[in-house]
Design a protein around this ligand. Structure first.
Ligand SMILES: [Fe+2]
Ligand SMILES: [Fe+2]
Length: 181
């Protein structure tokens, strides 16, 4: 199923960033201080790609399509994934605001950045694993061919709104981040 293959490809790119987040957090505890360019790239990657592209496609497009399937039997699972997206968005906001506070010289900012980024990486990893192992296989089973085609068409229509290919753009951000840690 092409639409799910696209989401898995996005998971794979996001998953490459997670060990970099952990490594950067370690550097903070070693008193090296946060690398601001890394965290700025992370904030952009998260906002534009993880939230703006990947979670948008899942939440607004795919979860909507699945909501009434199997007489609502998937609804509880969808709600759980939706609320995990919301927790992840809050943690991404914490990363961004603690980075701002760090640049302003606030004392507790490093600690906040360390905690928020580690929490973000571990929760996102867990979330991705659940979707790959449990939720995506169910989606492939439950949708009929027409719905699968519609889902792909909606993904493509959403992607076409961006001037630059979002995957390629964020792959480049990942490359740069990996050079910085
Ligand atoms: Fe998700
Ligand atoms: Fe996902």
């Amino acid at each position: 199923m092409k639409a799910i293959e696209i989401l898995i490809k996005e998971h794979n790119l996001i998953s490459l960033v997670l060990p970099l987040i952990k490594k950067s957090a370690e550097d903070i505890t070693m008193n090296k201080g946060p690398k601001q360019e890394f965290y700025k790239l992370l904030v952009d990657f998260t906002k534009d790609f993880t939230n703006g592209v990947h979670h948008y496609k899942e939440e607004i497009v795919m979860f909507g399509l699945l909501a009434q399937k199997l007489d609502g039997k998937l609804d509880a699972q969808i709600e759980k994934l939706r609320s995990q997206h919301s927790v992840l968005r809050d943690l991404a906001t914490d990363i961004s605001s603690s980075l701002d506070n760090y640049t302003k010289g606030h004392e507790s900012a490093e600690r906040q950045l360390h905690r928020a980024s580690l929490d973000y990486a571990s929760k996102l990893q867990e979330h991705i694993e659940t979707e790959n192992r449990v939720f995506y296989p169910v989606t492939v089973k439950v949708l009929n061919d027409t719905e699968k085609e519609n889902l792909l068409a909606e993904f493509e229509s959403y992607e076409s709104k961006f001037e630059e290919n979002s995957f390629t753009k964020n792959q480049a951000r990942f490359q740069r981040m990996s050079e910085l840690v």
